[in-house]
Design a protein around this ligand. Structure first.
Ligand SMILES: *Cc1c(COP(=O)(O)O)cnc(C)c1O
Length: 340
């Protein structure tokens, strides 16, 4: 197995940064008089939020059985993806590897940072070919590999993630935005063994609070410290932190919603059987389907006419639309529109 010195992968200017720490968040006080941050003394949300997200990290630490020091929160996973790129990838020089097709935001943040993106083409079942992976990393040495599992927009999961961790000499980011919908194991349990692993999860999908914009990174203490050094100090606002805490206290609701979505998934699979324009439904571990139609462009427009919005993947994935699982009412509207 490769030996890892994380610091040797980090950009020099980042290593030299001193973290901005809010004094108030680093210390315990009983009943402080807060005259240190030029806030207003009036109002309900007059105070800056906790820049270290202590309470949420503590709760997640218990829930996932991981040290709070190995957890970072971002303003959506989006911010965390951007942070990872900025921590490890030198503009213009370094390269980022991603699966193709996969989540577009990796390439978006890479291009803002002027990083080159190397695409790892997936096979016809949307799986990574290990030989292809090895041949690419032998030619170029990407610093960061975004491994999205379950993958968006394909819906399938990658098996044997340890193979990629063992063979990659940079950082592997396992993006698990859809992991709660899957019965595959999370990569969280690999964190102890692989210091080059970052696992991303989010409150936007199964947790149902996309509006709060909160994403989670799990990694080594060292990497998490770097994230807290580079992020904007008050990246997760007070209202969002409240929403997250409320969600974490209501696990029954979370499970109920998840069961509901899984039941709707089965219902939809059954209903799709009667839709003649569908030529293939790809297997999915997520809360969406990648579906091939005989004429996806036409179906997409017909659905749009009825104000049923789906995600057009054709022509990039020929004749495919990505359609997510809604509630029964929404799913009925989808099926009715497809039947016409
Ligand atoms: C939806 C999604 C996310 C979540 O992004 P947020 O910024 O947390 O809302 C992350 N990764 C993938 C692959 C996604 O599809």
């Amino acid at each position: 197995m490769k030996q890892f010195n994380i610091r040797s992968l980090v950009r020099k200017n980042i290593l030299e940064l001193k973290p901005y720490t809010s004094f108030r968040d680093q210390n315990e006080f009983d009943n402080p008089v807060l005259l240190d941050a030029n806030e207003s003394p009036f109002g309900e949300y007059n105070r800056y939020p906790d820049s270290t997200h202590k309470e949420i990290r503590q709760k997640l630490s218990q829930l996932k059985n991981i040290s709070a020091e190995q957890i970072a929160l971002g303003n959506g996973s989006d911010e965390l993806i951007d942070l990872i790129i900025r921590i490890f990838c030198e503009p213009k020089e370094d390269s980022i590897m991603m699966m193709d097709p996969s989540f577009a935001m990796y390439a978006f943040y890479a291009s803002i940072n002027e990083n080159k993106v190397i695409k790892l083409p997936l096979n016809e079942d949307f799986e990574i070919e290990k030989q292809e992976f090895l041949s690419i990393i032998n030619k170029v040495q990407p610093k960061v590999f975004f491994l999205c599992s379950p993958n968006n927009p394909t819906g399938n999961s990658t098996e044997d993630i340890e193979f990629f961790l063992q063979n990659f000499s940079g950082i592997v980011v396992a993006d698990e935005a859809y992991i709660e919908f899957s019965n595959k194991k999370s990569s969280l349990e690999l964190l102890e063994k692989y210091p080059n692993l970052i696992v991303l999860q989010t409150f936007s999908k199964a947790w149902g609070i996309a509006g709060a914009r909160v994403g989670i990174a799990y990694a080594s203490k060292e990497i998490i410290q770097l994230m807290y050094t580079v992020k904007a100090p008050y990246n997760v606002n007070a209202l969002s932190q409240q929403f997250v805490l409320k969600s974490l206290e209501n696990l029954d609701q979370f499970r109920q919603n998840l069961d509901n979505i899984n039941a709707e998934k089965e219902w939809l699979i059954d209903e799709f059987k009667a839709i003649e324009s569908i030529t293939k439904i790809y297997p999915t571990d997520a809360n969406f389907f990648l579906i091939e139609f005989n004429d996806a462009e036409n179906i997409y427009n017909k659905l749009l006419d009825k104000e049923v919005l789906t995600s057009k993947r054709t022509p990039y994935i020929p004749n495919c639309l990505r359609i997510n699982i809604g509630n029964r009412e929404e799913n009925i509207q989808l099926i009715q529109a497809l039947k016409n």
